[in-house]
Design a protein around this ligand. Structure first.
Ligand SMILES: *Cc1c(COP(=O)(O)O)cnc(C)c1O
Length: 400
């Protein structure tokens, strides 16, 4: 019940308008329907709603007008037919996989992966007989080589956390289609403003909306976007039965967040590029990873599939040993006054993280090595502060 045709309008307009519904009171800003259940005129209507012979709201675990507005807006921004939102990014990933997998199935994914996703695959899914093969995100042929008779999913992030490696989504999609495998892309780093994986051939997009989509570090949220058939059938049934539901209050906050997403992303890209260019010229920096810099190993692909470099930067400091690497990384972090020391990213406030000892501590040394995450590595999320202030802060921490 969207009041706008997603095919006609530009992303800036969709971010503000798509999916809005008005009640009989004519409110301008979207209403917050903070109610667990909905009432019926009579018993027959209740029966008709439960039998799905009459459209209408039933219970907020799986149907709520504020949530519907958010789902329509996110689907429009990703260029997808339908969307289901969940209480966190992990519950979106979990739900998406649970709605598609059964015992005995196999996942092909990349070494470069959000830490909790690796843990989900290796510990929880392994217990239920789902196996996983990890390959190099940047080599499509490795995905093809890893496909087995029981492979059901290819799961990737691009750009990936934390090193911003970029996958050739169109090439991996061709492989997935040739083998009848579902391609899921976690679009959290880029946001739908910078990249639309469905248009590149992905079947399903998942989000941690906790990051850029909220963009203000207030809520945990997730989203799954895909075909109406998949979302309204498998994913809806999972949501209704398993209940990883989002609160209507959080959905209402996210509707407000989305209004500014395109403007914020433009600013994150501008600040990200400035900080990345400055860091690249520092003698203390061994390597820098930013998809908007020509030195990025997958710069050509990122230019083709993203409309901006984003706000995420990873850098590796020069060091003679892992111990010295950690010491220098922590020194940089501890000298920051403006940057927040936290694991979150995609926030208006810039954040600085040491992945090896925080976000990627639980995955273990072997997985960190495979993903190229060293002790000397620092992850930056460039926020909306003035880049000069952010650079001055980093400059203090690079004096050794
Ligand atoms: C944060 C994050 C997640 C998990 O999302 P939560 O909202 O924290 O549950 C998944 N994937 C990526 C790439 C992330 O950065």
């Amino acid at each position: 019940m969207s009041n706008s045709d997603p095919n006609q309008l530009k992303p800036e307009t969709l971010a503000v308008r798509a999916g809005s519904m008005r009640s009989q009171f004519g409110e301008h800003s979207e209403a917050l329907y903070l109610t667990s259940s909905f009432v019926y005129e009579n018993a027959a209507q209740a029966a008709a709603r439960f039998a799905a012979t009459e459209e209408g709201y039933i219970y907020s675990r799986f149907s709520n007008p504020t949530i519907d507005m958010l789902q329509s807006r996110l689907a429009a921004l990703e260029g997808g037919q339908a969307c289901i939102v969940t209480g966190s990014g992990m519950s979106a990933i979990m739900g998406c996989c649970m709605s598609l997998l059964k015992a005995g199935d196999h996942i092909v994914t990349a070494n470069a992966l959000f830490g909790a996703t690796t843990t989900l695959f290796n510990t929880l899914f392994a217990r239920f007989g789902v196996s996983t093969t990890y390959v190099n995100l940047t080599v499509p042929a490795e995905f093809e080589a890893a496909i087995q008779a029981n492979t059901r999913l290819i799961y990737i992030e691009s750009p990936a956390n934390p090193l911003t490696e970029v996958a050739d989504i169109a090439a991996i999609s061709k492989i997935a289609k040739a083998h009848g495998v579902v391609l899921i892309v976690d679009n959290c780093f880029a946001s739908p403003v910078l990249q639309q994986p469905l248009a590149l051939g992905a079947d399903i997009v998942v989000h941690s909306a906790t990051k850029y989509i909220d963009g203000q570090g207030r809520v945990l949220a997730g989203a799954v976007i895909g075909s109406a058939q998949y979302i309204n059938d498998q994913m809806y049934n999972y949501l209704r039965s398993a209940g990883p539901s989002m609160s209507a209050f959080n959905a209402w906050l996210l509707l407000k967040s989305l209004e500014t997403l395109p403007v914020r992303m433009r600013q994150h890209c501008e600040g990200g590029l400035k900080v990345a260019q400055w860091l690249e010229a520092r003698p203390q920096v061994k390597r820098i990873f930013y998809p908007g810099l020509p030195s990025h190993p997958q710069y050509a692909i990122s230019q083709k599939q993203q409309t901006g470099g984003g706000g995420m930067i990873a850098l590796e400091l020069k060091s003679d040993s892992p111990e010295q690497g950690r010491e220098r990384a922590w020194r940089l972090i501890d000298h920051c006054k403006v940057w927040s020391i936290t694991g979150n990213f995609g926030d208006a406030r810039s954040t600085i993280t040491h992945p090896a000892t925080t976000t990627h501590a639980r995955v273990g040394e072997a997985a960190r090595q495979a993903a190229g995450i060293t002790e000397a590595m620092v992850r930056l999320s460039v926020g909306l502060e003035h880049p000069d202030d952010l650079i001055a802060d980093l400059d203090r921490g690079l004096n050794w």
